[in-house]
Design a protein around this ligand. Structure first.
Ligand code: FES
Length: 141
């Protein structure tokens, strides 16, 4: 026979296990640069005109629900990156002086290759393939 105290103790134990399971943080994979979550198609998508992307800076776009950054670190050279900061997932929009800055905790990335210039970001930005056809900037994943 189970006492009332035993039933309560069991219920508390089950609740504590469930609460601990719900609270345990996911372990981030810090060994590789995350790639942007790919949309349903890998067909290149026209996102902008070349003249829309400022030299030494860039712009943020949402391509089929995926936030990306298109940069132009030097005249005529276009790059594409995930807009999601590798530190804590903030979607970045702040680009100037050929740098991408996360306004959440201050990480700075190169607008040329997506590498981390200063932390706390642990990894470079995921890259997006950028092609230029005429005056159109296209991206594919
Ligand atoms: S989320 Fe970007 S630096 Fe923390």
């Amino acid at each position: 026979m189970i006492s009332r105290r035993g039933v309560i103790a069991s219920a508390v134990g089950v609740s504590a296990v469930a609460a601990l399971s719900a609270c345990s943080p996911e372990v981030a994979d810090l060994t590789s640069t995350p790639e942007p979550e790919a949309p349903a198609t890998s067909t290149p998508v026209a996102v902008a005109k070349t003249s829309d992307i400022p030299i030494g800076s860039g712009k943020k776009f949402d391509v089929e629900g995926v936030p990306i950054l298109i940069t132009q670190p030097r005249a005529g050279e276009f790059r594409g990156f995930s807009a999601v900061c590798t530190h804590a997932g903030f979607v970045m929009t702040n680009m100037a002086n050929s740098e991408i800055k996360c306004d959440n905790h201050g990480a700075v990335y190169s607008a040329d290759d997506g590498s981390v210039l200063s932390g706390p970001a642990p990894l470079a930005l995921g890259k997006v393939t950028v092609t230029v056809e005429g005056d159109e900037v296209l991206v594919s994943f």
